[in-house]
Design a protein around this ligand. Sequence first.
Ligand SMILES: [Zn+2]
Length: 376
Amino acid sequence: MYQGDGKLIEYLGIKTVYSDPLYHILPKNGWDKAWLYVKRLATVPGPADTRQRLAAGIIIPLCTWASPWFTDPPDFSFALRKSILRTKCSWWCHSRFYADRIYLHPVFITAIHGLCDIARHIGSVSNHLFHAMDVHAGRLRFEAKIVADAVWVKPLPHCDRRVVQFLAELDPLDLNIDRFFNVASSATKHALRLSARCLVMCKAATSGRYDIDGINDIDMNLQSNRKWTEYRKALSRDDANRLSFIRGGAIRTPTRRHFGRFDKTPLCCSICDAINPSARHFFEHCPGKDGVLDKSRREILAQYNISSDWWLSRPSVTSKSAWITLDADPSLARRVQLQLAVASFIIFTTKFMSCEDYYTDSTDGCALTAEAVIGS
Ligand SMILES: [Zn+2]
């Protein structure tokens, strides 16, 4: 390639300052096309599931097609989420949405792809390649190096403890050279995705939401557990949709609807007269109409052998949005069971509570309509 004498030059659809390995490598026409597509996505009719698939198949590849060379894609995650959901509802939690769909996050998925694709270019190592490797690894809180024609990574000191714990439990004989892990292994790739999920979820801690208690202690690794993913796949489309709303933090409750209003009248549950009924109230105490919620709660507790003390002591990320935390139980297998129990109960709750008391409605723009089906 022509050196360019410090000037921006174009080659095979990308452009950079070739003599400066620290200069960002960009698409030849910049990122305008990606922003335009994100904006246009919101005009696609039909369920959100359709727009989610279009985003994964058309928009995200605009960031990853030249992987690993693009190191600084624009963070259009907020606009992309708005385009996918196409809703006026402001209750969605940005972090929860992407923790469940890390493959749609432009910045983190570019870093994951980039790090995994470095090895394909080892035969032509350059300072640009080393720079790309460092940027992608650093974004995921790893350090990386090339040894024996392979890329190896190791968690940085400020990498999330859940990622460090996951890697510590891998077989070091297969994966470890000087405590580095081969990116080519599926377990290491999983660790990269896990780190991205933890990073995106941790941002919720500063969001000011009322449902973040326990947010930094969520068992993020469990979200990829085979039993849990099989459970989600086996759900009906309607139930999967409900679960997506719940885990996205978008459920509608009297306290949420009341927030910010100046009505001085006490806010009561229309079923049991409890004051300020939030999602936690329906999870923990509310008997439901004709006792239907109480009956279901007792059945779930018995089915999964759960004590009422455990049920009543859950942090709000569990009681309000069905994410299980690490302190739920020392055993992973048991935590999976507990997550199944919590998810099953809250899905049930959304079906058997009056829309006026719980869940969503069309005026808030997050109803269970075809437009809002999002799947996972
Ligand atoms: Zn109640």
